[in-house]
Write a protein of this length. Structure first.
Length: 279
């Protein structure tokens, strides 16, 4: 009799223990579903970056500083160009290097939407991108020294007319069919840089993204990007001039988000929080 009571009590303990565990698991699943359904604004995380590039005097100071350094380097190169047999050229990116597209980023915040081709095309067609502070003076200075400028951008080749118009409206030199090289089938810029190199000596490269300078930064993780910067540190400020851009770039898409494009908004938010370094 005593043994039967003990067996019954043991069975009841197992049953209720399993039920409590099952309820706990179900509650955890419910919490996860509820948490993932929280409406996190898509562009909330980028508001501070957009505000900084549109309003911070520090941003303007950094762009003036970059172009001042570029001019100093150009003067040094011109003074010591005896061994350079080809015509000299500068290769520059366009977006966030010579043209300011932060109003497009502002529209993304306003509408709370990720990048999409239709909205970007709408912005490009307006031809209203303003000049990055310091850019126009520098490139006109380069022209005055008989240095050609090639604009290598990953804007679609279908946007070439609007892009050239926008550059011409501002007054950029060499804003023509031959010097504006946009993306066709390949997004990598190395083939276009090599095309320029066939006829010219590239003495300076300017951009806001490391892939504007070398293909060693293409499709790389954050760790690889940083390691490659360290290995090429002698080029920065000498041949590579970097413009600030906190709003977007490979540092985010290829680095923080690991080159994956199918993360949910909730997952992206979680990844950003996980990769913050604290103490």
């Amino acid at each position: 009799m005593k043994n039967n009571i003990l067996i019954t009590l043991f069975a009841m303990t197992l049953f209720f223990g399993c039920r409590v565990h099952e309820l706990s698991v179900n509650q955890d699943k419910q919490k996860k579903v509820i948490t993932e359904n929280i409406n996190i604004p898509i562009r909330e995380y980028s508001i501070q970056s957009v505000l900084w590039q549109q309003h911070a005097a520090e941003y303007r100071a950094l762009t003036y500083q970059a172009f001042y350094l570029a001019q100093m380097r150009l003067n040094d190169i011109i003074a010591n160009k005896v061994d350079l047999k080809k015509p000299l050229a500068i290769v520059t990116d366009i977006d966030e290097t010579v043209l300011n597209n932060s109003p497009y980023s502002g529209k993304q915040v306003e509408l709370d939407e990720d990048y999409n081709t239709l909205r970007w095309t709408e912005w490009v067609k307006k031809k209203k991108a303003a000049v990055i502070p310091g850019a126009l003076d520098f490139f006109n200075y380069a022209k005055s020294k008989s240095i050609e400028v090639f604009y290598i951008s990953n804007r679609s080749i279908n946007q070439k007319n609007e892009t050239i118009d926008n550059l011409q409206i501002i007054g950029f030199p060499f804003a023509d069919e031959a010097h504006v090289l946009l993306k066709d089938s390949l997004s990598g810029k190395q083939p276009r840089r090599l095309h320029v190199q066939e006829t010219h000596e590239i003495v300076l490269l300017l951009g806001d993204n490391l892939s504007d300078f070398s293909d060693v930064f293409e499709e790389r993780s954050t760790m690889e990007r940083n390691r490659n910067v360290d290995s090429l540190k002698a080029f920065f400020g000498k041949k590579f001039i970097v413009l600030p851009n906190t709003i977007y770039g490979d540092w985010e898409t290829k680095g923080i988000l690991e080159g994956k494009h199918n993360w949910t908004n909730f997952q992206k938010d979680s990844i950003r929080h996980q990769k913050i370094i604290s103490y």
